[in-house]
Write a protein that binds this ligand. Structure first.
Ligand code: AP5
Length: 217
C-alpha cells in the first residue's frame, strides 16, 4: 500500500494520517514534521529550511525530493507508506513516480481531503500542537481535556509559528493552485479518491478507511 494524502494546509492530513498509518501498519511520512524535527535539532537542513517554514513558503523541490528519497529508502518504507504533505508540486510528483519505479512500485491510492477555505482558516489559526509529541488540538474544534495541556503526554500546547495569520495566508496561496494541479494529475491517471474533509474527524476517518479498503458501499 503506497498512499498519498493530498490537501490544502489544515485539511486534516496529519490528524487522519497518524491513526490510518497505525491501523494499516505503514509508516507515516510527513515532510512538514521532518522539516520541523530538523529545525528543532538545529541540523544544517533545519537551518536551511527555517525561513521557508516560518514564512509559509514551500521549501525548494530539490531539497524536499532529496529528503523524501532518503526516507523512502529506509527499510520500514519498503512494504508501504503513507505520505502526508508530499508531493506538493508537479516536479515532486514526477520525482516520486521515478523513485517508486526504480523499486518496481507505484502509488496505490491518492486521497484528496477537500475542505473549504473558510474552514481551513478557522482550523489553522485555532490549531495548537503539543510541544513534545506533536499531537494536534484546536481551541474550539478539538479541545484537550485540560486547557493548554496535551491529553497524550501532559506537555504544554503551543501555536506553530506558521499558524499566525500572515503565514497562513501565504501557505494557502502557495498551495491552492499547486494542489489543484496535483489533483488533476492523479485524476487523469485514475488514482484520485476525493474525501469530504469537512465532517467530524471520525466520519472523515471512516471515509478514508473505506477508500483504502476499496469498499464503495
Ligand atoms: P506541513 O506541516 O505539511 O503543513 P501543511 O500542509 O500546511 O499541513 P498542516 O499540518 O497545516 O495541515 P494538515 O492537513 O495536516 O491538518 P491537521 O491535521 O494538522 O508543512 C509545513 C511547511 O513545511 C510548509 O509550509 C512548507 O514550508 C514545508 N513543506 C512541507 N512539505 C513540503 C513539500 N512537499 N514541499 C515543499 N515544502 C514543504 O489539522 C489542522 C487543524 O484542524 C487541527 O487543529 C485539527 O485538530 C483540526 N481538524 C482536523 N480535522 C478536522 C475535522 N474533520 N474537523 C474539525 N477540525 C479538524
Amino acid at each position: 500500500m503506497q498512499v498519498v494524502f493530498l490537501g490544502l494546509p489544515g485539511a486534516g492530513k496529519g490528524t487522519q494520517a497518524v491513526s490510518i498509518a497505525e491501523e494499516f501498519r505503514i509508516p507515516h511520512i510527513a515532510t512538514g514534521d521532518m522539516f520541523r524535527e530538523a529545525q528543532a535539532a538545529k541540523t544544517p537542513l533545519g537551518k536551511e529550511v527555517q525561513e521557508y517554514l516560518d514564512r509559509g513558503l514551500l521549501v525548494p523541490d530539490e531539497l524536499t525530493i532529496r529528503l523524501v528519497r532518503h526516507r523512502l529508502g529506509q527499510p520500514d518504507a519498503r512494504h508501504g507508506f503513507l505520505l502526508d504533505g508530499f508531493p506538493r508540486t508537479l516536479p515532486q510528483a514526477k520525482a516520486l513516480d521515478d523513485m517508486l519505479a526504480e523499486e518496481n512500485l507505484a502509488l496505490t491510492h491518492v486521497l484528496y481531503l477537500e475542505v473549504s477555505q473558510a474552514e481551513l482558516l478557522q482550523r489553522l489559526t485555532g490549531r495548537r500542537v503539543c510541544s513534545a509529541c506533536g499531537a494536534n488540538y484546536h481551541v474550539t474544534l478539538h479541545q484537550p481535556r485540560i486547557e493548554g495541556t496535551c491529553d497524550r503526554c501532559g506537555s504544554a500546547l503551543i501555536q506553530r509559528p506558521d499558524d499566525r495569520p500572515e503565514p497562513v495566508t501565504v501557505r494557502l496561496q502557495e498551495n491552492l493552485e499547486r494542489t489543484g494541479m496535483l489533483a488533476e494529475f492523479y485524476e487523469a491517471r485514475g488514482l484520485l479518491g476525493k474525501i469530504d474533509g469537512e465532517g467530524p474527524i471520525g466520519h472523515v476517518y471512516d471515509e478514508i478507511r473505506r477508500a483504502l479498503r476499496g469498499d464503495h458501499s
